[in-house]
Design a protein around this ligand. Structure first.
Ligand SMILES: NC(=O)c1ccc[n+]([C@@H]2O[C@H](COP(=O)([O-])OP(=O)(O)OC[C@H]3O[C@@H](n4cnc5c(N)ncnc54)[C@H](O)[C@@H]3O)[C@@H](O)[C@H]2O)c1
Length: 396
């Protein structure tokens, strides 16, 4: 494939949409990817108007069906290399399947889809057609998440005994959906969000952070899924005690009724030799606590090996990643850009007919998305049985 920027098509993103904004900035971050097309809204007329009013020229389509169908007859230089799905959860499965079948790679927002039946289909199709498929678990893209993964998985903290992975918010502490607020209304509707509200929306991020940093899987859950706001159909508070694949234990918890908490995603990993702490609201550093020593704070861009805790040689690709010096803050948009950058590398290999990774190291893949859905469905089952320990399905 030529050196031209990758062409990205948006599914969703018109009329006051939220997450399309950081994504589209991240797509343009390096100059090697660009948004060229969009099916931005369910109503075709509005979709075309929204595309015409996009801040830079893009091809507008009345629907994602049209956008995907039109791709076949475009000249190579204009064909879509991947689509980004930023619609509510009930509009993930269909465009993702159609894009893969049309030979277009996919980055889909989390949670992957509505249920395990859809998730199974997506995994099988991505494998059968050998198409790159990413799931937008934003927080893996922080350099400090990658560093945390290295610290834990290289055994520097010993064996993992306990993990507390959490995502606390307060924006749904009142019945915001009753005001018609766009992002709230579909998130509390089981038909559009799936079987769990808070768990599906942000509990899946907490689970993914745990799995990414530790490399461990959740094998069994004892779940409590509560609804504090009267009249709301789905959980707004999600507390899951977990058994881990190495015999350790974890709490994966999420809440949307914690007034004062904004996007408080964080992780504490307690190993036999020490503990790691990280919070995405202050994503530039991690803290390592070792017994009987002052805590060590490692800042992105200022990490050097051979300091008495880290080995002298640190992984080359991890150390090559930061792009700006420590103290010039990186945050949410940089994390998104890292996901798109990793995905771009795989798409370029795929287009060149080479083997691509898609191994979950640089961004969550379709199997990670499947595990998120399997986790949610198992939590729902456990919760119905009053928190009885319930095993997750084995990987497909
Ligand atoms: N990774 C993250 O950090 C993160 C953060 C927020 C949201 N999300 C996920 O992103 C997705 C979107 O969330 P949001 O908060 O941006 O929602 P939103 O309501 O702000 O935006 C959804 C957009 O999809 C459009 N849409 C709906 N049906 C469509 C269709 N059939 N065709 C074309 N467009 C359609 C809507 O018109 C709107 O533009 C959800 O799956 C959500 O879970 C992820």
């Amino acid at each position: 494939m030529s050196n031209r920027p990758l062409n990205v098509g948006l599914v969703g993103g018109g009329k006051g949409a939220f997450i399309v904004n950081p994504h589209q900035k991240a797509i343009h971050f390096d100059g090697t990817r660009r948004v060229v097309a969009g099916a931005l809204f369910p109503d075709p007329k509005i979709a075309l108007e929204e595309a015409a009013n996009w801040p830079y020229p893009i091809r507008g389509y009345g629907s994602y069906d049209e956008m995907i169908a039109a791709n076949k007859s475009l000249p190579d230089a204009e064909k879509l290399d991947y689509i980004l799905i930023v619609t509510p959860n009930f509009v993930h499965f269909d465009p993702a399947m159609k894009a893969m079948k049309a030979g277009i790679a996919v980055i889909c927002e989390k949670p992957l889809c509505l249920n395990l039946r859809e998730a199974n289909e997506l995994v099988k199709t991505a494998r059968k057609l050998n198409v790159p498929f990413g799931v937008a678990h934003t927080y893996l893209g922080h350099w400090t998440s990658r560093f945390s993964r290295y610290v834990v998985q290289s055994g520097l903290l010993g064996e993992v005994r306990w993990v507390d992975s959490y995502y606390l918010q307060g924006w749904l502490a009142t019945k915001l959906e009753a005001t018609g607020q766009q992002q709230a209304t579909w998130r509390v509707d089981p038909k559009r969000a799936g079987g769990s509200g808070c768990g599906g929306d942000i509990g899946t991020h907490a689970l993914m952070q745990l799995r990414y940093v530790t490399g461990l899987d959740v094998t069994e859950v004892s779940a409590q899924m509560e609804t504090f706001v009267e009249g709301r159909q789905l959980d707004d508070h999600f507390t899951i005690y977990c058994k881990l694949s190495n015999g350790g234990k974890a709490l994966v918890r999420a809440s949307q009724i914690c007034i004062g908490s904004k996007n408080d995603l964080g992780i504490v990993v307690a190993g036999t030799k020490g503990t790691l702490r990280w919070r995405q609201e202050e994503p530039e550093s991690i803290t390592i606590c070792l017994p009987n020593q002052p805590d060590r704070v490692y800042w992105r861009g200022a990490v050097t090996g051979g300091d008495g805790f880290l080995p002298k040689e640190l992984p080359a690709d991890l150390m090559a990643e930061p792009t700006i010096p420590a103290g010039h803050p990186e945050a949410f948009h940089d994390a998104f850009a890292r996901l798109h950058r990793g995905f771009e590398a795989d798409v370029r290999k795929w287009k060149a007919g080479e083997k691509f990774n898609c191994d979950g190291g640089k961004y969550a893949n379709v199997e990670d998305g499947w595990k998120g859905i399997a986790f949610i469905e198992t939590c729902m089952e456990s919760h119905k049985k009053n928190g009885t320990w319930t095993a997750l399905p084995v990987e497909i």
